[in-house]
Design a protein around this ligand. Structure first.
Ligand SMILES: Nc1ncnc2c1ncn2[C@@H]1O[C@H](COP(=O)(O)OP(=O)(O)O)[C@@H](O)[C@H]1O
Ligand SMILES: [Mg+2]
Length: 157
């Protein structure tokens, strides 16, 4: 569990994850509306060098936004996705194969369809407003990514 008492703490987490990313990595972001999924993605993209003039917003209607940093990032929001057929048509799994990092909001039901081996980050806001991230690795590469990211953060779990 990573406490996120300030936006700064979320930016720090995003920087630590960004520094550990490799082409084709899959990040699945969960949490209620307003929990910080897009905020985290924006900080991650900035850490990868996406210029601050380029807006990073929730791809709620367009479903996927592409950003070019030191790694290409495909940022998706699957809240409105109908079924796995529609997901295939978005070509996200192919983007991974091409070396893009996939950052997927509301993607938890589709981890396997996206190719698996996912780092799952769940943003939680407690009743008293306290924010934190629960981070789990589902697969070998994701476990290595998690260890490297937490190492960069100076946290052990
Ligand atoms: N510690 C924090 N980490 C991330 N966002 C925070 C934090 N504290 C407050 N916020 C605010 O919470 C909101 C999160 O919104 P957003 O990232 O769009 O959520 P989601 O994409 O999960 O719906 C932003 O307005 C952000 O400024
Ligand atoms: Mg969002």
């Amino acid at each position: 569990m990573v406490p996120l008492p300030t936006r700064r703490a979320t930016i720090r987490l995003a920087r630590a994850v960004a520094a550990a990313l490799r082409p084709g990595d899959l990040l699945i972001l969960s949490g209620d509306l307003g929990a910080g999924k897009t905020f985290f993605t924006r900080a991650l993209c900035r850490a990868l060098g996406v210029p601050s003039a380029e807006p990073i917003t929730s791809p709620t209607f367009t479903l996927v936004h592409e950003h070019a940093g030191s790694l290409p990032v495909a940022h998706a929001d699957l809240y409105r996705i109908g079924d796995e057929e529609e997901l295939v048509q978005l070509g996200l799994r192919d983007r991974r194969g091409e070396g893009a990092v996939l950052v997927v909001e509301w993607g938890a039901p589709y981890a396997a369809a996206l190719g698996g081996d996912a780092l799952l980050i769940t943003f939680e806001v407690a009743a008293d407003g306290a924010r934190r991230a629960r981070i789990e690795a589902e697969g070998g590469r994701a476990a290595a990514l998690l260890a490297a990211a937490l190492g960069g953060l100076g946290t052990s779990a």
